[in-house]
Design a protein around this ligand. Sequence first.
Ligand SMILES: Nc1nc2c(c(=O)[nH]1)N[C@@H](CN(C=O)c1ccc(C(=O)N[C@@H](CCC(=O)O)C(=O)O)cc1)CN2
Ligand SMILES: NCC(=O)N[C@@H]1O[C@H](COP(=O)([O-])[O-])[C@@H](O)[C@H]1O
Length: 218
Amino acid sequence: MPSSQYHLTVLISGNGSNLQALIDACASSALPNTRITHVVSNRKAAFGLERAAKASIPTAYHNLVLYKKKHPQTPEGTLAARTEYDADLSKIILALDPRPDVIVCAGWMHIVTPAFLDPIAQAGIRVINLHPALPGEFAGAGAIERAWEAGNKGDIKRTGVMIHEVIAEVDAGDAIVTEEVELKEGETLDELEERMHKVEHGLIVEGTKRVLEGIKKG
Ligand SMILES: Nc1nc2c(c(=O)[nH]1)N[C@@H](CN(C=O)c1ccc(C(=O)N[C@@H](CCC(=O)O)C(=O)O)cc1)CN2
Ligand SMILES: NCC(=O)N[C@@H]1O[C@H](COP(=O)([O-])[O-])[C@@H](O)[C@H]1O
């Protein structure tokens, strides 16, 4: 990796254990010359905000409820609220100094629209996402539980984790890195989730590293 520094913005919604994996990686040789410059959450109570503050990383809370209150509670109003929310999220990130080279969705439980994706892409910023499933499987929220249920029915023998490019279609972007996780008979959901999270914590660093290695800095 060249000597100049890489900058990450990390989007979160919850505990932030994957954010913590990135924080720890930036402090080690795992992600050299890399700094998380900002963390944005769509949930005020996200513990990941405390993790960021402890690491002296600036944080922001981007609240969708404020946008929903400005629009009628109709399908059209909800779409307008989400579009405005997403457009403002892109403006917030594009106004950051330094701007990120990569935006990492680390448990970011909000489906972004082209109102966010298009201006970010035009700025040459990559958006990647951690998803606890393999390409083409269990897109969306609750993927681990759905895989566990499918395993209990004998439909699948393994699930996995991927880091992928974020496109408008949810969890359908090109995979950057994947890792299979074998399902164990009689395992509880909590036990599977614990194994999956361990894989996530390694893969989010590896996936971010691979994307950064493909970015030429001046
Ligand atoms: N346009 C895209 N947006 C997002 C992607 C993506 O690939 N394309 N990945 C997701 C993350 N994600 C799964 O990895 C995911 C997150 C959230 C949801 C979802 O149903 N969210 C609901 C709200 C849920 C909540 O607030 O509890 C919603 O947005 O209405 C599905 C998939 C990041 N976004
Ligand atoms: N669709 C994305 C998705 O479901 N992501 C899930 O959110 C968790 C966030 O944990 P964290 O806040 O501790 O990093 C991750 O463990 C992952 O399974």
